[in-house]
Design a protein around this ligand. Structure first.
Ligand SMILES: NC(=O)c1ccc[n+]([C@@H]2O[C@H](COP(=O)([O-])OP(=O)(O)OC[C@H]3O[C@@H](n4cnc5c(N)ncnc54)[C@H](O)[C@@H]3O)[C@@H](O)[C@H]2O)c1
Length: 261
């Protein structure tokens, strides 16, 4: 299937690790000119360099998506080097793992800043030129925890649910410019973010109880396995492609059947 991504400029925020990194690779494999934006500058640089070594078109820029000035500078840099942004992927995320009663305002704000405010700032930075171009794709990573709720992830789920509401509304505002805005909603996917969280569980629960948890979690997935970054990347590539030109304002759960909202 022709994806129509050859030569398109794709900016992947949070692209230095996990789902963002694999998504960048998959977009690049479709011929996109990719730029990794990430707060971890050295990791972004290394990832882009590895992609170039593999024959792909990849650049990098250091950005803190929670900082308006930093996002503005990222956009300027990409417009200077690439002239346009056709696809924005909002992949940056942190998972605040705590019971709500044990959490503080600072925890909530951190999560809201990265998972809601950051994607809004990134969208704001690229939209004026997408409107001029009368074309664009914005894809944001949410989480099924936002769709069904999840203990210990309440403020993360709240921020992600906010992003879903925001991007659906934005889809209604910018559809007339042929800009599509969609959300991909994963469940447990094997990335550094999830591995860090699981390691915390393993240490606090002990080996036996943790092994039990792993089995229990797997039973919640009708397809019998957790996600891999490429499972999520494939959905992002589709939504970024010309094949998805009539898909907007949607939330696509990619989750092995964990939820069927
Ligand atoms: N892995 C999962 O199980 C899972 C499940 C549901 C949703 N998600 C979502 O998918 C997205 C990708 O997650 P992942 O598992 O690949 O995580 P990851 O930790 O592997 O990668 C996240 C990237 O975001 C970057 N980042 C964090 N804060 C940033 C900031 N302020 N500015 C710029 N970059 C920043 C990190 O440096 C990192 O490179 C996130 O939005 C996450 O919430 C992941």
């Amino acid at each position: 299937m022709e994806m129509g991504l050859n030569g398109k400029v794709a900016l992947v925020c949070g692209g230095a690790s996990g789902i963002g990194l694999e998504t960048t690779r998959m977009l690049a494999a479709e011929g996109a000119r990719t730029v990794i934006g990430d707060i971890n500058g050295p990791a972004a640089r290394e990832a882009a360099s590895a992609l170039r070594t593999a024959g792909f078109d990849a650049g990098d820029v250091t950005v803190d998506i929670t900082d308006r000035q930093s996002v503005g500078e990222m956009a300027e840099q990409v417009y200077r080097s690439h002239g346009r942004v056709d696809v924005l992927v909002n992949c940056a995320g942190i998972a605040g793992d705590k019971l709500f009663v044990e959490s503080e305002l600072e925890d909530w704000l951190k999560e809201i800043n990265v998972c809601l405010l950051g994607p809004m700032l990134c969208a704001k930075a690229v939209l004026p030129r997408m409107i001029e171009q009368k074309a664009g794709r914005i894809i944001t990573l949410a989480s099924d925890s936002a769709r069904i709720g999840q203990a210990r992830l309440s403020f993360y789920a709240a921020a992600k649910a906010g992003a879903i509401g925001f991007f659906k509304s934005l889809a209604q505002e910018v559809g007339r410019y042929q800009i599509t805005v969609n959300v991909v909603s994963p469940s447990a996917t094997n990335t550094p973010l999830r591995i860090r969280r699981e390691e915390g569980f393993r240490q606090s629960m002990g080996e036996v109880a943790y092994a039990d948890r792993v089995k229990r979690v797997l039973r919640m997935y009708p397809l019998g396995r957790l996600g891999e970054p490429r499972d999520i990347g494939a959905a992002v590539v589709f939504l970024a492609s010309s094949q998805a030109s009539w898909v907007t304002g949607q939330v696509l759960s990619v989750n092995g059947g964990f939820t069927m909202p």
